[in-house]
Structure formats: C-alpha cells, structure tokens
Design a protein around this ligand. Structure first.
Ligand SMILES: [Zn+2]
Ligand SMILES: [Zn+2]
Length: 411
C-alpha cells in the first residue's frame, strides 16, 4: 500500500500554516497540509519516511478528513500512534457512516477538532499486535465501535459500562489523553491502532460490510433491549423511526422472538417494515385512530428519532410498567408530561451505544442469527455525496464505505 508522506506534514510542533480561505482553526497542529497541495508533494524517500515515523509516531495512514465546518471530506495523510504493548494494528476494510459523523464534520455540536477523520463503525483485519496482546493475532477479523479508550478505574468502568465513563475516548474526534491529548482519527482511513481492550471479535460468517453498522447502530439498540428485558419471546416491542438504528432494532426484536411494531410518521414505510424487515405491525403515529387502538399494548419502545417529536402519545402505547428507551438525540428538549408515566409506573431511559461486553455479545448474537444491517456500500470518493444524502435521510439504511477497496485508488 502506498502513501504520500512528508515529514513536515506530520509535525505536531509546527504552527498551523496559512490556508487560503480557512478561518483560524482550533487545530491541534497535527496535520496541516491542505489536501490538494499535499497530493502534489513528491513522495518522501524510505529513509526520510522512517525517520519521520520515528519522530512523529507510528504507521503512516491515509484517511479522508473534513478541514472545516463545510464538512467536505478529502484525502488526508497522517500517522497513527506508535503501538503500545496492548495495541492491535488493524487494516480497515469497511466503515459505516453514522449520523454522529455528519454532526461532527459539520460542527453542529461545536466540538469538532479539525481535521476530523470520521468513522466509528469499523470492521478490519489485524495486521500486527503488541507483545502484551493476548486476545488477537494477525489475520483475525475484528471490529471497533464508538470508543477506543476509557479510564478503567471509575465506577462505570469497574461495572463494565465503559461507554458511560467520563474519560471515554471516542474513536473519532475524541481526546486521546494517553497520547498528549491528540484528537483521535476514525475509520475513514486505511489503518487504525487500538488497545485490545476495545477491539471486538467478529464471528465467522457475518458479511463484513453489513456488520460494520452493528458496531454503533446495532449495539445502541441491542444494549438497552438486554438491560430492560426487551429480549424475551412473546413480548411486544415498539420501534419508533425506521432508519439506521430502527431497522436493526426490528431485526434484533424478531430474532429474540418478540412481536415488533414499527411506529413511523411515514405510511410509505409500511411495506418495507413488514415485508422486507419482518415487522409484525406498522403504526402511523400521525393517525390518532391507529394510535388509540394500540394503547397499552407494548412492553417496551425503542425511540430512535433524532428530530423533535411528541413522546406522550408513544408512552400511551406502553403497558403498565412498560419501558421507553430514547436513543435519538433531538436538539430541543422533548416534553414529558408526568401524567404520561406516573399512572402506569412507566419508565423513560436513555442509552448511548453499549459497553465492550455488550458489543461483543451483540456481535455473537448477530452471528448466530445472521443479522446484518441493510447497507449501501460506497467508495470513499462518493462520501461527500453520501453525507448530503444522509442529511436528507436518503439511505436504506446505512452507508458503508468500502475503505480497503477505495482508499488505495484515491491516493
Ligand atoms: Zn454512531
Ligand atoms: Zn472509567
């Protein structure tokens, strides 16, 4: 695999250079080359390359990064960290595109640390392991999800809920405290280095492109289903929203032997939900008659909608002691009238992805039941169009970048 490489590009010590048209960026100064110029640079000699890698870090990496809030992604050369004893080096094969990636590259949450290499639904193959790695060997098929580190000493970590650790290190646009606070670079790149504690084993037989979205979307719905007992045959599960998260919730619910009802504002999704994904019923949330007829029938609801929406009518669908789980994050507060939960003793919970253990269990379950996401596999040079389409929810149901099959040619 060939990379363009230049020592100066990777120097973390240089000031951010002038970039025509670029506002002063909150850059950490790691990669500073404007892509078009970087691509014109002559390839460094092997000697220089090795010297620079020694000085600056580990393996040279080629990714696609957003440089500013336009969110436009383009090729980007950087280096991964020098592998530690417990690190696994992974050649990225596929990486899913999550709504979070879109939010971060466009800085909707105000926390982007440009250049941002997105991607946290990663499936790849191990190419190297540190001396202390016990669970993986070169050639293993592995996954990496939403986070690649945690403090390992807090209450949450002690209980196996690393995803709720205050020191969690996100896979993309996270703060790698153990490495001088550098911004983490995600799976839109040919190689990634991750501590084995946060690497997942992908069971044999799962199609790798369809597995990638399980690493975030899949575990985000699987984890709360397990925690709240929404995994028992015969129970009735409601799934609100039929997108990247919702469609895998339907699949898990059916694999658990549950009755699954999809709840959506779009009547047009009925056929897809019932005939293609195997949902038992379909409710149009804007139809008061349908909603009334389904009142008090559900044991639990997974609400995946990230736009503002009324939740009281959804809570009315729950049986007494039923559980609502919110996994979408609308940017305006939802309204929770207390009458909607007090009389029936109903619960409302949130959920963010899942622990390492949950994620591994989810993959095993998916392997056993042949569950994969519905995906549209794209090449990296289509990624900007994919982001535009994702913003309009124009995807069934997840874009997955064929990283290994397209990054080489992009270079
Ligand atoms: Zn995600
Ligand atoms: Zn912790």
């Amino acid at each position: 695999m060939s990379h363009l490489f230049h020592a100066i590009i990777h120097s973390p010590f240089l000031p951010v250079p002038f970039r025509p048209g670029a506002a002063a960026a909150p850059s950490l100064g790691v990669n500073v080359a404007w892509p078009s110029r970087a691509l014109r640079l002559p390839r460094a000699s092997a000697d220089k390359r090795e010297q620079a890698m020694e000085e600056q870090g580990g393996a040279a990496a080629l990714g696609w990064a957003a440089r500013d809030a336009t969110g436009v992604l383009s090729p980007y050369n950087f280096s991964r960290r020098v592998p530690r004893d417990d690190d696994v080096t992974i050649k990225v094969l596929y990486c899913g595109i999550c709504h979070t990636d879109l939010h971060v590259i466009k800085n909707y949450w105000g926390n982007a640390m440009y250049p941002v290499v997105p991607g946290h639904e990663i499936v790849g193959v191990v190419t190297g392991v540190g001396g202390g790695v016990t669970r993986f060997k070169p050639g293993d098929t592995v996954g990496v999800g939403y986070f690649v580190g945690s403090c390992r000493s807090c209450d949450s970590c002690g209980k196996g809920h690393e995803n709720y650790c205050a020191g969690v290190v996100l896979t993309s646009n996270g703060v790698d405290r153990a490495h001088g606070g550098a911004a983490t670079k995600g799976g839109f790149s040919d190689v990634i280095v991750v501590s084995e504690h946060y690497v997942l084993r992908v069971p044999d037989g799962l199609p790798l492109d369809r597995t990638a979205p399980l690493l975030c979307a899949g575990v985000t719905v699987y984890s709360p289903m397990m925690r709240h007992g929404l995994n028992e045959p015969g129970k009735h599960l409601g799934v609100v929203g039929l997108g990247g998260l919702g469609h895998v919730a339907v699949k898990f619910g059916k694999a658990f032997g549950m009755k699954v009802t999809v709840i959506s504002t779009s009547p047009s999704k009925r056929q897809e939900a019932v005939e293609h994904l195997g949902a038992d019923e379909f409710l149009v949330s804007r139809d008061p008659e349908q909603m009334k007829a389904a009142m008090g029938t559900m044991d639990g609801i997974i609400d995946t909608v990230s736009a503002w929406h009324p939740i009281a009518p959804l809570l009315a669908l729950l049986k007494p002691l039923g559980q609502m789980v919110l996994v979408g994050v609308p940017n305006k507060p939802l309204e929770l009238p207390v009458y909607a939960i007090v009389p029936g003793g109903k619960g409302v919970a949130g959920n963010t992805v899942g622990s390492v253990g949950d994620c591994q269990a989810m993959l095993e379950f998916a392997g056993k039941h042949g569950i994969g996401a519905e995906v549209e596999v794209i090449k990296m040079d289509y990624v900007n169009t994919a982001m535009e389409r994702l913003e309009k929810n124009d995807v069934r149901y997840r874009f997955v970048v064929d990283v290994a099959g397209s990054l080489g040619s992009a270079a």
